[in-house]
Design a protein around this ligand. Sequence first.
Ligand SMILES: C[S@@+](CC[C@H](N)C(=O)[O-])C[C@H]1O[C@@H](n2cnc3c(N)ncnc32)[C@H](O)[C@@H]1O
Length: 220
Amino acid sequence: MGRTRDDRDVDRPHLEHFPAGFFDRADESDDAGFYAFDRFVTHIDDGAIAAVGELYDELGLDGDVLDLCSSWVSHFRRRPERLVITGMNAAELAANPMADEWFVQDLNVDPGLPCDDASFDAVTCCVSVDYLTRPLDVFAEVARVLRPCGWFVCTFSNRCFPTKAIRGWLATGDRGRMAIVQRYVELTDGFDEPVSQQRATHPTGDPLFAVMAQRLADVG
Ligand SMILES: C[S@@+](CC[C@H](N)C(=O)[O-])C[C@H]1O[C@@H](n2cnc3c(N)ncnc32)[C@H](O)[C@@H]1O
């Protein structure tokens, strides 16, 4: 017998911070099915992709870097010293030319990262935070695996797979989405104040927004 919404909520204490239904999705089927098909496409236009790479450069992301919800592209202009990527589609991850290591993991089923504490200098998540149904669990894991002062950088635009995005994301606009990701950071122990910026503003191109935060050196 399937679990009811109430049963599931017992395992999801983060729901108390958001309105009912916020993390529901039109398509509640396993993400594994949706991402079984290879998509060797880009999900934002060239200007927005360039803005992601420029931001990574500006922040000096290098060393051991983890790219969450990754695919065949990670948008770095320069290859980090060691790039580990994870996502849902093995063929896409295997084709990422910048990746040194990759693994498939459904973060909505298991947000626990198979990585040591303080093992990364930076963590990125590009145009994907809207698909996370347990974002506070994932963000807590990001804080755990980041080294002190390491950046967590979430970038997003105004496009998505609407059936797989959480309803809270679809119900608001660009500013509301920045506020959502900021809130995720604020609700997670171990991060400094989040910084939010619009990075790509071309009138006919994809906008690009970033919410980023640094791992605190000392968590009390
Ligand atoms: C729009 S694509 C973005 C891919 C890549 N980050 C980029 O910038 O092109 C969304 C990505 O989120 C990942 N994703 C979606 N649902 C996920 C889940 N439940 N767990 C882990 N990754 C997920 C998929 O692997 C997919 O590649």
